[in-house]
Design a protein around this ligand. Structure first.
Ligand code: DC
Length: 229
């Protein structure tokens, strides 16, 4: 049997990395893990518990709950995507969560708990994991590392379409401001800031179609499997 590898896909929010990662995983029979969904699930949990007031988080309360928070993924044949713990997939994509998730993802104790879960999930390899720190912190030894980006305007348009399709009322300006705010928080935070691993392959897909991106990633995967033999 062919040797399984770890594929780390990092990049900016709404850069299309989840779509690429999910499609590749399905094609090659690997497990797909969306680590952003894990931070979103923690954020939703905090919102429901009332642990977030404005930009203030009740860290002690969250710390006490984090151990028993069982975040897992189960494949949903209907949507072709894994559902996140509590079946919160739809709600974790709301603007309310998007607005607070960077605050939660910046907490060191939350990151340590999530990274430990992610490393456990990748132990057997055969995994495509997307996030911000996968190639730098979670799996620095990944055989294939990709860093995906696109201009903020292109990403805001993509996210707006996604939100509108789900019936959320929002404007392009609001979404663009959110994309830029998250880029800023994600890349300037102290704990595991979003950065490109020195050995990552960069993909700017601003001007690319989805089939072009898929082909690009598939080619890189074939090459990585060949060179890791
Ligand atoms: O990929 P996404 O947009 O669903 O991610 C949601 C947030 O979680 C985003 O603000 C960045 C953060 N995140 C992170 O800090 N580390 C990861 N591995 C994945 C996501």
């Amino acid at each position: 049997m062919e040797k399984k590898i770890i594929i780390a896909i990092d990049g900016h929010s709404s850069s299309g990395k989840s779509t690429m990662a999910k499609d590749l995983a399905r094609e090659i029979g690997y497990i797909y893990i969306d680590t952003g969904a894990m931070y979103r699930a923690v954020t939703l949990y905090c919102l429901r518990k009332g642990y977030i007031q404005g930009d203030t988080i009740q860290e002690e309360a969250l710390k006490a709950d984090l151990d028993q928070m069982d975040i897992s993924f189960r494949y949903n044949a209907e949507t072709g995507r894994p559902d996140t713990y509590l079946k919160v997939e739809k709600e974790t994509r709301s603007m309310e969560v998007a607005d607070k998730v960077s605050l939660i993802a910046a907490l060191g104790f939350v990151r340590r708990a999530m990274v430990a879960k992610q490393q456990e999930m990748g132990k057997a390899k055969g995994i495509v994991m997307d996030g911000r720190d996968i190639g730098t912190v979670v799996f620095p030894e990944a055989e294939l590392k990709v860093f995906v980006t696109a201009s903020p305007e292109v990403r805001a348009r993509r996210r707006l379409e996604e939100l509108q399709a789900k019936g959320e009322q929002t404007t392009y300006e609001e979404v663009l401001a959110n994309v830029k705010k998250r880029d800023y928080i994600d890349s300037t935070r102290e704990e595991s800031p979003l950065r490109q691993a020195p050995d990552a392959l960069v993909l700017d897909n601003s001007e690319m179609t989805i089939p072009e991106q898929k082909k690009w990633l598939r080619d890189k995967f074939e090459a990585a499997v060949c060179s890791s033999k």
